[in-house]
Design a protein around this ligand. Sequence first.
Ligand code: NI
Length: 137
Amino acid sequence: MPRVTVTRRLRFNAAHRVHNPALSDQENAAIFGKCNNPNWHGHNYILDVSVEGDIDDRTGYVFDLGALKQIVEREIVDKVDHRNFNLDVDFMESVIPTSENIIVAFWRLLNDRVKPARLARLVLWETENNYVEYTGG
Ligand code: NI
C-alpha cells in the first residue's frame, strides 16, 4: 500500500516579543535585537501541516484536506490568530515565543488529532526568508 504525504497550508497573524525574562534587558537586546522590542511586533505566519498515511480505497484520499483545515483552525489558528503569543496564548505561557518553540507547541496540539494518518511534518514560516521545520522527536 503506497504511503503518501499530503499538506494543507494555513495563515495567521500574530504578535510577539522574543524575550527571556531570566536575562538582563541588555542581554536580551544583544541576543534578540529588534525581535526584543518591548512593544511587540507582528508576523504574517504561514503554517504547512503535512500528514502521511495510506490511500483510502473508498475516497482515494490519505486525509480529507478540508477536514484537516478544520482541525488546524480549531486546534491552532483560532487560538493564535490576531493574538499576542506572550499575552494571549495559554499554551505558550512561560515559553519564549520563537518559531522553534511555537512549532513544537503546535505539534503537541495536533499530533493526536489526525488519526488514522500520522502527523509527518510542520513547517512554520515567520517571514519570507525564515522558516522552521519539525517532524516530532
Ligand atoms: Ni518576530
